[in-house]
Design a protein around this ligand. Structure first.
Ligand SMILES: Cc1cc2nc3c(=O)[nH]c(=O)nc-3n(C[C@H](O)[C@H](O)[C@H](O)COP(=O)(O)O)c2cc1C
Length: 182
């Protein structure tokens, strides 16, 4: 099975979660982890599963203005966070606008503050819908991974992401898959 994990990340947390998911999917499969800025349409072409994740900004997916705000936060000392390469460039919204049909299966994840999603919002809900709109069939419901108020990963989230990756690798290889409306 060929799996492509596409992530957007300002401060590195979503990148780390994407990598942990890939580790969980495991060595029996071919897994590529790629930042959204490098994820041209050829990268996902022919993938059996595309896993897409990004940070929750202003209750949903990032926008240019929210990425600018994140850049300002990072540059204001002592921020404690460093910007990922290309962080302020195009994000997942812009990627979806040019990625065309996604032929294989897909799963969505996000990072966000801990708490009920009715209060925090969650980018994965929208990512999930966009994946479906682009033709992908979902292998499981969208998942959130949590950061602290200082924008660090909450304890245990790397392990949880690895286990979610393991789960993905099992459900994606099962013959019967279901739709997961959100
Ligand atoms: C401009 C901005 C807006 C944010 N808005 C939300 C929000 O509405 N809900 C939430 O749970 N987290 C919010 N956050 C926290 C982000 O979800 C958190 O920074 C992100 O998950 C970290 O991932 P990253 O390191 O990959 O960028 C916001 C962060 C920034 C910078």
């Amino acid at each position: 099975m060929r799996v492509v994990v596409v992530y957007e990340s300002m401060f590195g947390n979503t990148r780390q979660i994407g990598q942990a998911i890939a580790d969980g999917i495991g060595p029996l499969h071919e897994v590529v982890v790629i930042p959204v800025r490098d994820a041209n349409p050829e990268v996902i072409s022919g993938a059996d599963v595309v896993v897409v994740g990004g940070p929750t900004h202003v209750h949903g997916m990032s926008r240019p203005a929210s990425r600018t705000s994140a850049g300002e936060i990072a540059r204001k000392p002592p921020s404690g966070v460093a910007l990922e390469p290309g962080a302020e460039g195009p994000g997942l919204r812009e990627w979806f606008a040019r990625c065309g049909v996604i032929e294989g299966y897909a799963a969505a994840f996000d990072t966000r503050a801990h708490g009920p999603s009715i209060l925090t919002g969650r980018a994965s809900k929208r990512i999930h819908r966009l994946l479906r709109r682009h033709g992908a069939r979902q292998v499981c419901p969208p998942e959130s991974f949590f950061v602290t108020k200082d924008n660090a990963l909450a304890p245990g989230e790397i392990d949880r992401a690895r286990r979610w990756g393991e789960h993905l690798s099992h459900v994606a290889t099962e013959p019967a898959r279901t739709e997961f409306p959100v």
